[in-house]
Structures are given as structure tokens and as C-alpha cells.
Design a protein around this ligand. Structure first.
Ligand code: NDP
Length: 304
């Protein structure tokens, strides 16, 4: 009897490079410079790193990456003024406000103030509505990136059963809309779902976007499924026993004192799935690549 084959790895860095090459080619072809403004408020070092890396990636691809980094003292009214001036600026094709914002600022109010034609995060209610209507929209970057990863398997989505674990506005819900628009049969699970493992085992395509390290074990996975792990969780020494079966991660944890893991127990699930994304180098690189893609898309539509 043949031994079961381990899953094929869906390498997000490779697919992201393809998207980035498309973006670079488009930006070289267009008769105008593309502009992406990334706005950050507060002293969160992680947010500042994200914003700078997004602007840097934009510049690498021939897009003017404009960083606007403000101190924690910036008021909501001042931030709304910043957004209004970026809306007015014809050289700016895309506006991204890095979340989370300081708690005293109403993030939804800020998102609602972004010109929907420049809303490269796809969080504005107009874009959310268009996506759910199955119309052309600027689509949130992470689920859009997952669609590209699924496309890279070469397997058709139509008619497959997709199960998404997580119902957030930035991942789970838009992911469900995209898969439904691609004619999958879609089930969305969340913290109140009963017998989650049994529901997940029905999936031909399983997307985990939960924020719980190694939550999805082999018991959740139908043999031959495509498994996409959106989760990014940094775990520390106390987690070592739960990683004992994964030599690679265990070594990294012992060496660095912490390690990044997904929502999927990669070492176990890869023995059952047909395709699987690793963490890191899976969904993560796709998010930033799709942001650049959305900037091109926004520019082409707004500027005709
Ligand atoms: P949220 O915290 O907003 O949502 C988590 C979702 O998971 C909720 O719908 C929640 O259910 C559900 N959930 C939590 N615990 C359980 C459980 N035990 N059983 C079933 N469902 C559960 O997270 P996000 O959607 O923002 O992010 C999810 C993960 O993806 C995080 O690890 C995040 O870091 C990562 N991420 C990665 C990105 C990337 O670029 N790779 C981009 C964005 C996010 P309920 O609604 O009932 O509470």
C-alpha cells in the first residue's frame, strides 16, 4: 500500500513575487506615477515597522510610498483632516490607515472618511457592500491574497465546500464573500460553532483565521483538503510541550525564546492535507503584495 503523501506547500513568498512583478510591470506601463499613502498614529513600534515596510515595498515597485507617521497626541479631528487632504490629493491613489488606532480615535469614523475609490484596505462600507453584492470592489488584502494562493494550486473552487474559521470583518467575512462569489459552498464558523472539528472535516478548502496557536489539528482536516493558515501567533517557552512533535519549530523556540506559529498545527495537518500554507512564508507575504495590487487597481479605475 502507498504511504500517504505529505501536503504540497503553498509558498506565499513565491506567489507574492508574482503579484509584485505584475504590479511593477503595471506601474512602469502607466503614463502617471502611482501613489500610496500609509498613515500611522501612536507609538506602537510594530505598527510603525508595518507602515515603513509597506511604503518601502511600494517604492521598490515604482509606486510613490508616502509615510505619514504622527505622534500619539494626534486628535481624531486632526486625523480626519489628514485623510481629507489625502482624498483631495490627485497624486495619491491609495490610502491606508494602519490599525489599531489609539483607543480615543473612532477607527470606523476614520475608515468611513476615506474616499472609497482610494480605500486600498477594502474596509470602507461601500467596498464591503460591493464585495458582498458580487460587484467589482477594492477587496481586503489578506483574503484577496488567500484567493491568489488557492488559484496557485490549480484546483477549481467552483462547487467545493469551503469552511472558514473566524468571522472578523477584515478576514473571515470578506473571505467568505470571495469564496461564495467564486461559487464555493461556504460555511463560516466562529467561537459559538458546535462541533467545529466535524464541520471543518467537511471542507475541501479550510481557511483558519482565528488567532489561536495550533488550534486546527489533523482531526479537523479531510484528507486531500486545501488548508490555508491565516493565523500569526508568537508563542514563548511555555508553549514548548505543544510543539514537541515539530522539530523545526521546537529548535527555533529553544534558540530564540519565541517562535511564530499559525492557527494550524502544520506538522500534523500536512500529513493529511493536499496543500498547506506555512507560517511564516504563507499568507503573510500575500497581504502586502495585494495592497500594492489594490493600489494599481484603485488608480486605474479612478483615473480611467
Ligand atoms: P479576530 O480576533 O478579529 O477574529 C477571530 C475570529 O476567530 C473571531 O470570529 C472568533 O469568533 C474566532 N475564534 C476565536 N477563537 C475561536 C475558537 N476557539 N473557536 C472558533 N472560533 C474562534 O482576528 P482576525 O480575523 O483579525 O485575525 C485572525 C488571525 O489572523 C490572527 O492570528 C491574526 O494575527 C491573523 N492575521 C494575519 C494576517 C496576515 O497577513 N497573515 C492579516 C490579518 C490577520 P467570535 O467572532 O465568535 O469571537
Amino acid at each position: 500500500m502507498n504511504e500517504p503523501q505529505a501536503a504540497r506547500i503553498l509558498d506565499g513568498t513565491v506567489v507574492a513575487q508574482e503579484v509584485e512583478a505584475e504590479v511593477a510591470a503595471a506601474s512602469a506601463r502607466l503614463p502617471f506615477r502611482l501613489g500610496l499613502a500609509v498613515v500611522c498614529v501612536g507609538n506602537d513600534p510594530a505598527s510603525e515597522i508595518y507602515v515603513r515596510s509597506k511604503a518601502k515595498k511600494a517604492r521598490e515597485l515604482g509606486i510613490d510610498g508616502i509615510e505619514r507617521i504622527f505622534p500619539d497626541t494626534l486628535s481624531e479631528a486632526e486625523l480626519l483632516d489628514v485623510v481629507a487632504s489625502l482624498n483631495e490629493d490627485d497624486a495619491v491613489d491609495g490610502i491606508l490607515v494602519q490599525l489599531p488606532l489609539p483607543r480615543r480615535i473612532d477607527a470606523q469614523k476614520v475608515i468611513d472618511a476615506i474616499d472609497p475609490r482610494k480605500d486600498v484596505d477594502g474596509f470602507h462600507p461601500i467596498n464591503v457592500g460591493l464585495l458582498h453584492l458580487g460587484r467589482r470592489a477594492l477587496v481586503p488584502c489578506t483574503p484577496a491574497g488567500v484567493m491568489r494562493l488557492i488559484a496557485a494550486t490549480g484546483e477549481a473552487i467552483e462547487g467545493k465546500h469551503a469552511v472558514i474559521i473566524g468571522r472578523s470583518n477584515i478576514v473571515g467575512k470578506p473571505m467568505a464573500a470571495l469564496l461564495l462569489n467564486a461559487s464555493a459552498t461556504v460555511t463560516i464558523c466562529h467561537s459559538r460553532t458546535r462541533d467545529l472539528a466535524a464541520v471543518a472535516r467537511e471542507a475541501d478548502i479550510l481557511v483558519a483565521a482565528i488567532g489561536q496557536p495550533l488550534f486546527v489539528t489533523d482531526d479537523f482536516v479531510k484528507p486531500g483538503a486545501i488548508v490555508i493558515d491565516v493565523g500569526m501567533n508568537r508563542v514563548e517557552a511555555g508553549f514548548a510541550p505543544r510543539l514537541a512533535h515539530d522539530a523545526g519549530k521546537s529548535q527555533l523556540l529553544a534558540k530564540n525564546g519565541s517562535v511564530l506559529v499559525g492557527d494550524v498545527d502544520f506538522a500534523r495537518v500536512r500529513e493529511r492535507a493536499a496543500w498547506i500554507t506555512p507560517v511564516p512564508r504563507g499568507v503573510g507575504p500575500m497581504t502586502i503584495a495585494m495592497l500594492m495590487h489594490n493600489t494599481v487597481e484603485a488608480a486605474m479605475r479612478r483615473r480611467g
